[in-house]
Ligand binder design. Structure first.
Ligand SMILES: [Fe+2]
Ligand SMILES: [Fe+2]
Length: 286
């Protein structure tokens, strides 16, 4: 318990924890107003030139279905819609905030971590599509950030991260079990803390906080369930590495409530593989 408090306090004190660019807040505000035009959104995004050029590269990738056809942000909004463009901006910003820094932890490869994260996002998007959810893009972001707490731990409390990493390896347990055993707090709560600080939507916050313990009695269960399922399937398909060598157990309630029994596994895996292949562009652009 003491450890839990200490970790929380240490995180509160770290002023260098990345923030999202102001443009995200501005976009959220603008999008609440139904009168906002595509030009206004385009203008808001282009105030951050570096971000705008990444957004343009992403929207022109195969992932969004119009490769090489979109010339300006306003054009992207007309073709893809407000919410897709906002999600692209959010995705590019998340990468900007975290991707470039190294870990300094032997054996924990950041490239594998990001592949795990992108693959989880892509798989969550596929599962959302297959199960008829209308939150495909939000599921992509939820999958992308589900393990972000590990990066916070790794970059801001590297000793604790290293301890958890070694303990998981030595005892052949999952990373979150190791964190639980050592600190009584896991990357779920740490990531949740960041998601709250970033003001991400509540369903996304919960997907981060509970992806290893989805419960149908909790609010916003479906997105958590989708991310839980995606995380496990991509581990089984061997995409990337989230810091341990084990595959978590699939929750019965998730499998049942998502209706996965009625979906042929070959079709599911094919859809996931396709989506991951398209999403791998994110690793090259960002
Ligand atoms: Fe996790
Ligand atoms: Fe994960």
């Amino acid at each position: 318990m003491q450890q839990k408090k200490q970790i929380r306090q240490s995180l509160e004190l770290i002023s260098s924890i990345p923030t999202l660019p102001v443009v995200i807040e501005k976009l959220t505000r603008l999008l609440q107003n139904p009168q906002t035009s595509a030009e206004e959104i385009g203008k808001a995004i282009t105030t951050d030139q570096a971000l705008a050029s990444k957004v343009l590269k992403l929207v022109n990738s195969a992932f969004y279905g119009f490769p090489g056809k979109i010339s300006t942000i306003t054009h992207a909004i007309v073709i893809l819609g407000f919410s897709t463009v906002k999600n692209v901006v959010l995705t590019a910003s998340i990468f900007d905030a975290f991707r470039k820094k190294g870990t300094g932890i032997e054996g924990f490869d950041l490239e594998h971590f990001w592949l795990h994260s992108i693959a989880c996002g892509a798989a969550a998007q596929s599962i959302a599509k297959i199960t008829g959810s209308n939150q495909k893009e939000e599921c992509f972001i939820a999958g992308l950030v589900h393990d972000i707490g590990k990066i916070i731990l790794c970059q801001h409390l590297p000793e604790e991260f290293h301890e958890a990493y070694v303990f998981a390896k030595e005892n052949s347990i999952l990373f979150f079990q190791s964190e639980n055993a050592l600190f009584d707090v896991t990357h779920q709560e740490i990531g949740g803390f960041l998601a709250e600080r970033w003001n991400l939507p509540k369903d996304l916050q919960n997907a981060v906080k509970f992806h290893h313990a989805p419960s149908p009695t909790r609010d916003y269960y479906m997105m958590t369930a989708i991310v839980h399922c995606a995380d496990i399937l991509i581990r089984a398909l061997n995409y990337g590495n989230g810091g341990d060598m084990k595959i978590p157990v699939m929750s019965d309630n998730v499998w049942k409530n998502l209706g996965m029994d009625s979906i042929p596994l070959s079709q599911l895996f094919e859809a996931i593989n396709d989506e991951i292949e398209k999403a791998s562009i994110f690793l090259q652009i960002t």
